[in-house]
Design a binder for this molecule. Structure first.
Ligand code: ZN
Length: 424
């Protein structure tokens, strides 16, 4: 017990100090332009925070936001010069930005606690807090919400998700929608969006038809090890925390969104353990990704829509990211994506980029082993990677923006769900 109290105190101290993020002292962010291949090549050896489609950039080329440490900065800038890749500095000190975000979140959480609510839409929450909230919903709405203890993460954290149904998943003509969040640890704004979707279906019940006629599977925190690591150790952590592959002593973790069994092993950039987009030693090597696989497979034949929540860049991306060609239903896949995107754009902040909808490889670059491609390949007709807004903050969206993002994204989800019903 004493040990628990001490570790809780340590956690609280880490939260106040924003974790051990000193390693980003003096790291600068640069925006660099290049061809799709040039940017994809960078992804293997640099931390790419986001990529901006060429259609949206002044340079008319694909642009990547990259993090450069003081030690590596000169050699990378020389490399960009040698390749004729134009670049500009965007931010001077990443550690400072992380400290700001941490301080704001501490303030937001204590304000929420004072108001007596168990969760608010103005703060980020820990894995334990999110799990407790899911259990609370399961107890309050036993006829609607089933909390699944889906299995343990690599480090032993319980991954929970919810199955939402007015008919206990027994009516086999009802379509199923599956949504996951936080496969990438540092994309903190994604769990609140998943929790808000649950809230709209279960607590506030804004559109009864969406639960009367659809069953839902929602996984709000798919990668708890990485997520907790991003809170306490390294705000920019993206991968899982597994150590089951060769080279994992120096480079632990796998990119969960390269670990699915579709065209797995076909991109050399993803085969390197230290790469940010490392695919893992085998497809579905990660327990966290097997949880998603099994949750999807459970009602596969009637699952119509799958959305993986990511951050950031305001994009709905569809298959095939592995080679840039279109699935057989490419036209309606695009149509449904546009409808969801427009519903979000209608509510978006003026300063937000309008959503781009398109084939993942054509909008950005090739990628293998993604959940979007795998879910399409196993037969779900509508599958997307949804990149939420980052505004000028990227992953480090201050908590005061979460309410805006969850609200507008719900409008997109509601539109997508209604589209599914209307086309059955
Ligand atoms: Zn992501």
């Amino acid at each position: 017990m004493a040990r628990l109290v001490i570790s809780l105190l340590l956690c609280a101290a880490a939260a106040v100090h924003g974790g051990n993020h000193e390693k980003y002292e003096g790291h600068q962010l640069y925006r660099v332009a290049g061809s799709s291949e040039e940017i994809a090549t960078l992804e293997a050896s640099l931390d790419i925070l986001s990529a901006t489609p060429a259609a949206r950039t002044l340079s008319g080329r694909l642009e990547a936001l990259v993090r450069l440490s003081p030690e590596e900065k000169q050699s990378w800038l020389a490399y960009f010069d040698s390749k004729n890749m134009p670049y500009t500095k965007v931010a001077d000190n990443l550690a400072e930005i992380i400290r700001d975000e941490g301080a704001k979140n501490v303030a937001a959480k204590s304000a929420a606690k004072r108001s007596g609510r168990s969760i608010s839409w103005d703060a980020y929450y820990s894995h334990d807090e999110i799990n407790d909230y899911l259990d609370e919903l399961g107890q309050q709405y036993p006829n609607l919400v089933t909390v699944i203890n889906a299995g343990l993460s690599y480090e032993g954290r319980q991954i929970k998700y919810v199955r939402i149904s007015t008919t206990r998943f027994e009516i086999l003509r009802k379509p199923v929608i599956v949504i996951d969040a936080a496969v990438h640890a540092r994309e903190w704004v994604t769990p609140p969006v998943a929790l808000y979707i649950i809230n709209q279906l279960v607590v506030d019940v804004v559109n009864q038809r969406l639960t009367d006629e659809i069953d839902w599977v929602i996984i709000p925190l798919a990668n708890p090890d990485g997520y907790e690591y991003s809170i306490h150790e390294d705000r920019m952590w993206r991968k899982t925390r597994s150590r089951s592959h060769a080279g994992s002593d120096s480079c632990p973790g796998v990119d969960g969104n390269r670990n699915f069994d579709h065209e797995w092993g076909t991109r050399p950039d993803s085969a390197v353990p230290c790469s940010l987009i490392y695919e893992g030693p085998s497809a579905f090597s990660e327990p966290e990704i097997r949880v998603i696989r099994d949750a999807v497979n459970r009602d596969l034949d009637r699952t119509k829509l799958y959305i993986s929540l990511h951050s950031y860049g305001n994009m709905f991306l569809y298959a095939w990211g592995s080679n840039g060609t279109l699935p057989s239903n490419g036209l309606v896949l695009h149509l449904a994506g546009v409808m969801m995107a427009q519903a979000i754009d209608n509510l978006a902040l003026d300063k937000a980029d309008r959503y781009i909808v398109g084939n993942a490889a054509n909008v950005l670059y090739f990628s293998s082993g993604t959940s979007r491609d795998w879910t399409r390949a196993v037969g779900i007709p509508y599958t997307y990677t949804l990149e939420l807004p980052g505004y000028e903050y990227g992953f480090l969206v201050p908590p005061e923006y979460t309410r805006q993002i969850v609200t507008e994204t719900w409008a997109g989800i509601e539109t997508g769900a209604t589209y599914i019903l209307n086309t059955m």
